[in-house]
Design a protein around this ligand. Structure first.
Ligand SMILES: NC(=O)c1ccc[n+]([C@@H]2O[C@H](COP(=O)([O-])OP(=O)(O)OC[C@H]3O[C@@H](n4cnc5c(N)ncnc54)[C@H](OP(=O)(O)O)[C@@H]3O)[C@@H](O)[C@H]2O)c1
Length: 238
């Protein structure tokens, strides 16, 4: 089998915080959900799923928002066959799986919390921590921040958890905050040959304000596989 085009990624690390990238699959009409959620195969192909794993294989940690985790309560990890490649890069065998939640409304009887390869990290507020089910507190690490802004989350992960590369995997409201804070360095997009059209479906970044524009958006690479396009952008904010 030929090597995946994302097997050998190189990074310019910022130095005082983690490098932060985001990976999302999007339809031709710009939607990241189809009918209110992202179900297996509803947008991306099996190759897109493989690509998501290869991208994860470069990162110390993978973060998702509470809403995404409630819909997909799985460990944000890599298949066993990518663990060796991670170790060869000096990374832990699996990325740290992180959930960002204010409410603490997470389900303990889901694969994320039942026999995860590493204890997941929950980042929440003091109020959210008080609402976490006790089984989750027992099986996970919990960090509280008075205000879990992207900058505060990045600083916590850098200083306390040794995270040098952080992958954000949505959803749109979390992506929006990392872009608004101007600390999202890279964006991986899979453009899937699908149409959605439903007004209520979500786009890649969603918030209440116009996003700031990076000084430059650099298209680092374009790969085609079948009818899908795999785009990698660098966002230069300074
Ligand atoms: N196409 C793709 O590649 C892709 C990827 C990922 C997700 N998705 C889809 O995106 C949809 C979900 O997106 P979404 O925008 O509705 O939700 P989301 O971004 O996944 O999660 C929002 C939730 O994250 C938590 N959160 C966000 N910011 C926070 C902060 N600063 N501090 C603490 N907690 C914070 C809150 O969780 P609590 O509610 O627990 O307080 C909030 O309700 C799902 O349908 C999913 O399938 C698509």
């Amino acid at each position: 089998m030929s090597e995946h085009f994302y097997s050998q990624l190189t990074w310019e690390l910022p130095g005082s915080r983690p490098l932060i990238a985001c990976n999302m699959v999007m339809s031709l009409d710009g939607k990241v959900t189809a009918g209110g959620a992202l179900k297996p195969g509803s947008l991306g192909s099996p190759f897109d799923l493989e690509t998501m794993h290869v991208i994860r294989s470069h990162f110390d940690a993978v973060l998702s928002g509470g809403q995404t985790v409630r819909q997909h309560p799985f460990y944000l990890g890599v298949p066993a066959e990518l663990e060796g490649a991670r170790r060869a890069k000096g990374l832990a065998f699996q990325p740290l799986s992180i959930v960002l939640t204010r409410s603490g409304q997470l389900q303990p009887d889901t694969p994320l919390f039942q026999n995860p390869p590493r204890p997941p990290l929950i980042i929440t507020t003091p109020e959210g921590a008080a609402s976490l089910p006790p089984e989750i507190e027992a099986s996970s690490m919990v960090e509280t921040l008075a205000e879990p802004t992207p900058a505060a989350v990045a600083q916590l992960l850098w200083e306390k958890h040794g995270v040098k590369r952080l992958l954000v995997e949505g959803g749109p409201s979390v992506n929006f905050q990392f872009m608004q804070a101007q600390i999202l360095d890279e964006l991986f997009i899979t453009l899937a040959p699908k149409l959605v059209g439903l007004r209520s479906d979500l786009t890649l970044a969603m918030g209440g304000q116009l996003l700031p524009q990076p000084r430059e958006v650099e298209l680092l690479s374009v790969h085609r596989h079948g009818q899908e396009l795999f785009l990698r952008y660098r966002l230069h904010w300074q």
